[in-house]
Design a protein around this ligand. Structure first.
Ligand SMILES: Nc1ncnc2c1ncn2[C@@H]1O[C@H](COP(=O)(O)OP(=O)(O)OP(=O)(O)O)[C@@H](O)[C@H]1O
Length: 122
């Protein structure tokens, strides 16, 4: 076991460090996640440029968190399925397609939210 885990002073940071490391690994490996992160940067810059309100910022932050989190979970599900069942199976297809569908739902609504917030300010 990692000796850091026994360090009572560092304990509260351990989960945080592992979480950042996990995110880094997934972002490096997944093209779609890089695209969502790039889109989030564009949204942040657009929000600054168009001076969106505090409530609009809150909605944009929530939306970006939702899309990125769903994409991370989609990648995790893909990896779990590849690990436990590397060969083709119709149920794996259903699971992976449904996980991808969940990301699609968040992405479509994120675009709608961006349109509703940004278009009237242009
Ligand atoms: N073991 C499998 N059994 C059945 N279908 C599979 C299997 N692996 C992948 N697929 C099909 O291929 C699609 C893409 O799966 P893959 O794991 O390659 O993800 P990906 O190419 O990273 O896709 P995404 O763009 O959603 O991240 C799945 O949605 C599913 O339809």
């Amino acid at each position: 076991m990692n000796s850091d885990l026994k360090d009572p002073k560092g304990r509260k940071w351990i989960g945080f460090r592992f979480a950042i490391s996990g995110l880094g690994t997934i972002v490096k490996a997944e093209k779609n996640l890089k695209i969502h992160c790039a889109a989030s940067i564009v949204v942040l810059l657009t929000g600054l440029y168009l001076s969106v309100s505090l409530v609009e910022w809150a909605i944009l932050f929530l939306t970006m968190a939702l899309v990125i989190s769903f994409e991370v979970m989609n990648s995790v599900i893909e990896r779990v399925m590849d690990f436990i069942h590397p060969s083709f199976h119709p149920e794996v297809k259903v699971i992976k397609d449904a996980a991808a569908g969940a990301v699609l739902v968040t992405a479509v609504f994120a675009v709608l939210i961006a349109i509703v917030i940004f278009i009237p300010k242009l």
